[in-house]
Write a protein that binds this ligand. Structure first.
Ligand SMILES: O=P(O)(O)OC[C@@H](O)[C@@H](O)c1c[nH]c2ccccc12
Length: 267
């Protein structure tokens, strides 16, 4: 009865409850107020797309995943961040979830401090408290997974992100979630909507997901194609569908020379 996403949601709620018991909203806000100012995440992607006419890259720092196990044994977030930056990435995504992705909160700050790129905290948000926490950790952008939140929580997360000067990547995987995302961003001109080609419940990957949902994406939203992108042909395919940015992890994390692989993917 319980699939991967349900299991993650269950342990994340416990994790957040424990963290909230240890640090009040005021305490976490005090840390957020001292964090280095947000770097414009969506703006960096939009600018790169405007300059090149090709999708901009959000490169992901990801050690392991529930579907692939250990992806990169020699894992050094600052060095990986610099390789991505030199290779032409416009933004970074850093996994902070420990149990499923072998991530860590500290990786976000360490990667961000090593580069000038805006950084997404790749985390499962189940409580608005985590938004100020993300800012305290240095995040420039948060992730809102529509499959994990109801409309009220999604709106709360988005409003909190805006209040802290961060962008939000709103992740969808089917037409219903895209419709909910479109409603959520109605009236805003700063929307960023992701289409995850991988199901977080079955791990099945299909680039046709981007093609199908792109047509349903609200006009004005910056469309991000996520997961399962391995070749320049894959990139061309989602670009053709309307993606203005890409979120790529595994295919780059598996390469010995991350800088060269990043450059080759974007070539
Ligand atoms: O490693 P890939 O297939 O290139 O995928 C990267 C990214 O899209 C994926 O890690 C991801 C997309 N949405 C998520 C939500 C939670 C955790 C992970 C993800």
């Amino acid at each position: 009865m319980s699939d991967v996403l349900d299991r993650i949601a269950a342990y994340k709620r416990e994790e957040v409850a424990a963290r909230k018991a240890a640090a009040s909203q005021d305490a976490v806000e005090a840390r957020a107020n001292e964090a280095s100012a947000p770097r414009g995440f969506r703006a960096a992607l939009a600018q790169r797309f405007a300059e090149t006419g090709r999708p901009a890259l959000i490169a992901e720092i990801k050690k392991a995943s529930p579907s692939k196990g250990l992806i990169r044994p020699d894992f050094d977030p600052p060095l990986l961040a610099q390789a991505y930056e030199r290779g032409g990435a416009s933004c970074l995504s850093v996994l902070t979830d420990g149990p499923s992705f072998q991530g860590d909160d500290a990786y976000l700050g360490a990667a961000r401090a090593a580069v000038a790129l805006p950084c997404l905290r790749k985390e499962f948000l189940v409580d608005a408290w985590q938004v100020a926490e993300s800012r305290a950790l240095g995040a420039d952008c948060i992730l809102i997974i529509m499959d994990m939140v109801d409309d009220a929580l999604a709106a709360e997360l988005l409003a909190e992100a805006t209040r802290w000067g961060m962008d939000a990547l709103i992740e969808t995987h089917d037409a219903d979630e895209m419709a909910r995302a479109a409603k959520l961003v109605q009236g805003r001109d700063d929307a960023m909507i992701g289409v995850n080609n991988r199901s977080l419940r079955t791990f099945e990957v299909d680039l046709a997901t981007t093609e199908q949902l792109a047509a349903l994406s609200p006009t004005g939203a910056l469309l991000v194609a996520e997961s399962g992108l391995f070749t320049p042909q894959d990139v061309a395919r989602v670009a053709e569908a309307g993606a203005r940015a890409l979120l790529v992890g595994e295919s780059l994390m598996r390469q010995a020379d991350v800088e060269a692989a990043t450059r080759a993917l974007l070539a």
